[in-house]
Design a protein around this ligand. Sequence first.
Ligand code: S3P
Length: 445
Amino acid sequence: MTSPQPLLSRKSGPLNGAARIPGDKSISHRALMFCALFLGETIISGLLEGEDVISTAAALRAMGAEVERGGDGLWRIHGVGIGGLRQPDQILDMGNSGTSARLLMGLAGSHPITATFTGDASLLKRPMQRVMTPLAMMGVKFEAQEGGRLPIKITGPKDLLSIEYRLPVASAQVKSAILLAGLNARGATTVIESTPTRDHTENMLRHFGYDARVEKLADGAEAITVIGQQELQPCAVDVPGDPSSAAFPAVAAVLNEGSDITLSRIAVSGRRNGLYRTLQEMGADIAFEHERIESGERVANIRVKGSTLKGITVPPERVPSMIDEFPILAMAASCANGTTIMTGLEELRVKESDRLAMIANGLKQCGVNLEMGESSLTIHGTGKPPKGGAKISTALDHRIAMSFLVLGSVTDEPIQIDDATPIKTSFPNFVKLMGELGVGISEGN
Ligand code: S3P
C-alpha cells in the first residue's frame, strides 16, 4: 500500500489559458472492452491512463486480449472476438473501480469460464447485487460475500440466456454489464431504463458497426436491444476528454473572479452535461464551442469565465446526467448567493465513499451552513466563499479529494486533504494541470 499523500490548496486568483483534459473514464473502459472483443487489431488514442482504466486493461489481458501501450494515451489492442475470452489464471483486482468490476462481471460471466473479482477497501464495500441479479437470470453463477460484496467468484454458463430486464436503479453500469453479456447470448437481450443514463455503451456498439436498437416505450422508458453473437467491425477510437474531470477546473474558474479558460474536446452529450447546465442556471458564464460528433460521441470545447452564482433547485430528473458531479457542485453551491437544493441523491451513498456524508461533513468543517437528508442536500450560500481552514478526510474517493482542493482556491484559509493518492484513479495530472491554469496546490500538512 502507498502511504497517504496530504495536499494543501490556497487562495489562487484567476485561472487563465487552455487545457486538454484526460480521456473520459467511462468511454476509456468501454473502448478497451470493445477492442478486446473485436477479432483483430485496433488502436485507441486519448485513452485515460488512470488507475481505474489500467485495472480494466490488466483484466482483459488476463483474459487473453493483447493490450499494449504505444505512447501517451495511445494503445494497441489485439482482440479475441465475441465469445473468445479465456479463463484468467489470477484473481482480477479491480482496485477502486466500480465500473471495471461491474462491466467486466458482465463480460466474463458471458463466457464459460470462472473468474474471481476483488478490489480495494472502498470497492469491497460497494453493492454488486445490482449486476448479479440480471446476470444470474442469464445463467451466471456467483459466490459472493455477504450483502453481494466483493470478492466474488463468477462462473459463466455454456449457453448464456438472453433476457429482458427493467433496471430497478438508474445505472449505466448495470445497463452496460447486461448489454456486454448480451453480446455473447443467443438472440435478443433488452435492457429497459425509465431514467436515461449515460449511453456510451450504445454509442460504442454503433461505432463498432453493431446494431443497438433503442425504442421508446409507451411509459416513456427506453428499451435498448442487442442481438448476440455477431462480430464487431474494425474501427479506431479517439477518446474525448472527461466532462467529470473537466468539472474541477471549470468550477475553479467559475469561482475565481476574472478567470477565462477553455477546456478542449470534452464529451458533452445531454447524458453527461448536467453539471454544466446547472451551473449555467446558477449564473455561470459557460459556453460549449465548436460542438461536433467524434468517434460516435458529441464533443465540444468548454469555455468558462469567472461568474457570480445564485442558489437554485436542481431538478431530480437531471441527477443521472451529473451523478459524479455533486461533490464539485456542492463546492460551487457553498459560494453561491442563496440556497441550493439537491434531491434524489440516494446513489451518492454507494459511490467510492458515502459521498453525501463526505460532502456534508467536509463543508461543515469549512464553515458552511447546510442540511443533509437521507437522499438530499441543502446548502445555504452567503454569496461569499466559506472560511475554509479544514483538514478533509478523502476516504479513498478521488472526487471528494479534488472537490475540496478546488474549494481551497477561493477560501480565506487553505484547505488540506489527508490523501491525494486516489486522484490517480481518474485524473493523474490534476495537480499539474491546475497549476498550469493558475491554482497552486502544494504538498504538505
Ligand atoms: C459509470 C456510471 C455511473 C458513474 C460511474 C461511471 C459508467 O455509475 O457514477 O462513475 O461508466 O457506466 P452508476 O451506473 O452506478 O450510476
